[in-house]
Design a protein around this ligand. Structure first.
Ligand code: HEM
Length: 507
C-alpha cells in the first residue's frame, strides 16, 4: 500500500490532500488584490465577490453599479474583485476606462469562449486575436450607412405588421409592450440576419422554434451562468481539449440547420433580398480570399447578429416607452417632431426622414443611458499591461469588467441621473458630455458592429407607436421596476404594461 495498509484510507488521504491544496490555492488567490495594494470588496470562499449574484439576490448590473458608486465616492481609480476564484479588474476613473478600451494590443478580446466544433461560437463577438481581426474586417463593410440603408426595407415591412399588432392590442388594454417589441425585433433581425420570414407578429406560435432557441441562449438559468462564467475562470485551451460547449448543442444544431437551408434556398432560387444574409453570402463567394467567409463563419455571424440584435433592441425600446409613458410632455414633443418631419416627406418614413428627427435621437440616447441593455463591458488582458501613471501591472489572463451602467448614472457626468431628460443630449449639452461616459454600444475597436441598425430599429418602433397612439403607464406595471436576473442583459422582469389610445380614433 501507499500511505497506510488500507487502500480506502490511502484514497481518502489523497482526496483530502487534493481538496486541501485546492482550498489553500483558492484562499491564496482571494488575497490577490490585497497583496497588490488594489482596493475592492474582497471575496469569500467559493463565491468570490458575487455571492448575491449567484444566489440571484442581485443582478450583475446592480452588483457592478453599486461597486462603481461606492468606490467612485471614495476617489478610487480602479478596484479588484473576484468572480468565484478569479481576480477581476474594474476601472473606475474614466481615463483608465479609456485606456483599457483603446489599448487593443493588450485587451483585444471579450474573453468569451469559442470552439471551432461549435459553429455558432465562432462569431465575431467571441473570437480573439488575428481571427477576430480578419472576420471583423470582412464584416465591417456590411454595416456602412449605405448597406444599412439597403437593409432598411425589411425593417419597413416589419413596421406594417407592428402597426396591425398594436392596433389589435389596443382593443384590449393594458398592453404588455415588452412582449410586442420582442416579437417585432425577432421578426426584423430574423428577416435581416437569417433572411427568414419569422412572422411572430402575425402569429406568436408560428415562430416558436426560432424564438425558443433564441430565448434559451439568454435565459437566466444556472446552466447559462456556468457556460458564461467558466471561460472566465478556466483556461480556454483546457476547455477546448475537453470539448466544452459554449452553448447547448441543440441550439448550435438548430442555427446550423436553419442557416444552411437558408443559404441553399437562396442560392438554388437565385434570391436576392439586400439584407445581411445576402451580404454574408456575397462574402462567401468572394474571389478575394482575404474577404471570403467560410460557411461555418457565416453561421457564427448570422447567429451573433440575431442574438446581439433582437433582445437588446427590444429592451431598449421598451425602456424608452416606459419613460415616455410617464412623461407626457416629452411624448407630446416627440410626436410633434415626428409629425412635422413626416409632413415634409409626404408621410413617407424614409431613411432620410428618420435621420432628420433630432429629438427622437435625444430620447433614444437618454433612454440608453438609463437602461443600457449590456450594463457592463468585458475585456481580457492578453499581455501584461501597466496602468498609466501608476505602478499597477494588470497581468496577462486578467479579465476586466467595465461598469457602464455605473458610469452612466454618475452624477459627475449626468447630474440628477435618475431623471429622464433627453435635453442632456441636445446639440449644446452633448458637447459637454465627456467621451467614454456613454457606453451602451461599447467603445474602441470592438465597439458594437450593429449600432446604427440597432438605433434605427428602436426609432422605427417608437415612430410607429407615437404616430398612432397616445400612451400611459398602466398600474399593472410593478413599480419600482423589477429588473431581470438575466446574466447578460438588462430587461424588465415582469413586463411593462401601457394603455394605448388611438390618435385617429380619438379625432
Ligand atoms: C440597441 C441595440 C444594441 C445594443 C445596445 C448593443 C450593444 C453592444 C455592446 C455593448 C457590444 C460590446 C461592445 C464592446 O465590447 O465594446 C456589442 C457588440 C456587438 N454587437 Fe451590438 N448592440 C445592439 C444591437 C446590435 C445589432 C442590431 C447587431 C447586428 C445586427 C449587433 C451586433 C454586434 C456585434 C457583431 C458585436 C461584436 C463586435 C466585436 O466584438 O467586434 N448589435 N453590441
Amino acid at each position: 500500500m501507499f500511505l497506510t495498509q488500507n487502500i480506502i484510507l490511502d484514497l481518502l488521504g489523497i482526496f483530502v490532500a487534493i481538496i486541501a491544496i485546492f482550498a489553500a490555492n483558492h484562499l491564496w488567490t482571494l488575497g490577490y488584490w490585497k497583496r497588490r495594494g488594489v482596493p475592492g470588496p474582497g471575496g469569500i470562499c467559493l463565491f468570490g465577490s458575487i455571492k448575491d449574484v449567484v444566489l440571484m439576490k442581485k443582478t450583475m448590473e446592480c452588483f457592478f453599479r453599486d461597486l462603481y458608486s461606492e468606490y467612485k465616492s471614495k476617489g478610487e481609480r480602479y478596484i479588484g474583485c473576484y468572480l468565484f476564484g478569479s481576480p477581476i479588474f474594474i476601472p473606475i476613473h474614466i481615463d483608465v476606462i479609456k485606456e483599457v478600451l483603446n489599448t487593443h494590443d493588450h485587451f483585444d478580446s471579450h474573453g468569451f469562449y469559442f470552439n471551432k466544433n461549435q459553429a455558432i461560437t465562432t462569431n465575431v463577438f467571441s473570437l480573439a486575436g488575428t481571427r477576430w481581426k480578419e472576420v471583423r474586417a470582412k464584416l465591417t463593410p456590411t454595416f456602412t450607412p449605405a448597406k444599412i440603408k439597403m437593409a432598411y426595407n425589411s425593417l419597413l415591412d416589419c413596421k406594417l405588421d407592428l402597426e396591425v399588432l398594436l392596433d389589435n392590442a389596443s382593443k384590449n388594454n393594458p398592453v404588455n409592450i415588452s412582449d410586442i417589441l420582442i416579437r417585432f425585433t425577432t421578426d426584423v433581425i430574423g428577416s435581416s440576419a437569417f433572411g427568414l420570414e419569422i412572422g411572430s407578429m402575425k402569429d406568436s406560435n408560428k415562430a416558436s422554434d426560432f424564438v425558443i432557441n433564441g430565448n434559451k441562449v439568454l435565459e437566466p438559468s444556472i446552466q447559462n451562468l456556468i457556460r458564461l462564467i467558466l471561460p472566465f475562470i478556466v483556461n480556454h485551451d483546457i476547455l477546448r481539449a475537453l470539448n466544452f460547449n459554449g452553448f447547448n448543442p441543440c441550439i448550435n444544431d438548430f442555427y446550423v440547420n436553419t442557416t444552411l437551408s437558408t443559404i441553399k434556398h437562396r442560392e438554388e432560387k437565385n434570391i436576392v433580398r439586400n439584407d445581411f444574409m445576402d451580404l454574408l453570402i456575397q462574402l462567401k463567394n468572394s474571389k478575394n480570399e482575404h474577404k471570403r467567409l467560410t460557411i461555418s463563419e457565416i453561421i457564427g455571424q448570422s447567429f451573433v447578429f440575431y442574438i446581439a440584435g433582437f433582445e437588446t433592441s427590444a429592451s431598449s425600446t421598451t425602456f424608452a416607452i416606459f419613460e415616455l409613458s410617464q412623461h407626457q410632455n416629452i411624448q407630446d414633443k416627440l410626436r410633434q417632431e415626428i409629425n412635422l418631419v413626416l409632413n415634409k416627406y409626404g408621410n413617407q418614413i424614409t431613411y432620410e426622414a428618420v435621420q432628420e428627427m433630432v429629438y427622437l435621437d435625444q430620447v433614444v440616447y437618454e433612454s440608453l443611458r438609463m437602461y443600457p441593455p449590456a450594463p457592463f463591458l468585458v475585456r481580457l488582458c492578453n499581455k501584461d499591461y501597466k496602468v498609466v501613471g501608476t505602478d499597477l501591472l494588470i497581468e496577462k489572463g486578467t479579465s476586466v469588467f467595465i461598469p457602464s451602467s455605473g458610469i452612466q448614472y454618475d452624477p459627475e457626468y449626468y447630474p440628477n441621473p435618475d431623471k429622464f431628460d433627453p435635453e442632456r443630449f441636445n446639440a449644446e449639452n452633448r458637447k459637454k458630455i465627456p467621451s467614454y461616459s456613454w457606453l451602451p454600444f461599447g467603445e474602441g475597436p470592438r465597439v458594437c458592429l450593429g449600432m446604427r441598425f440597432g438605433i434605427l430599429q428602436i426609432k422605427i418602433a417608437l415612430i410607429t407607436l407615437i404616430q398612432n397612439f397616445k400612451f400611459s403607464l398602466n398600474k399593472k406595471t410593478t413599480l419600482p421596476l423589477k429588473l431581470s436576473r438575466s446574466v447578460f442583459l438588462m430587461k424588465s422582469e415582469e413586463g411593462i404594461y401601457i394603455d394605448l389610445e388611438s390618435i385617429n380614433r380619438r379625432e
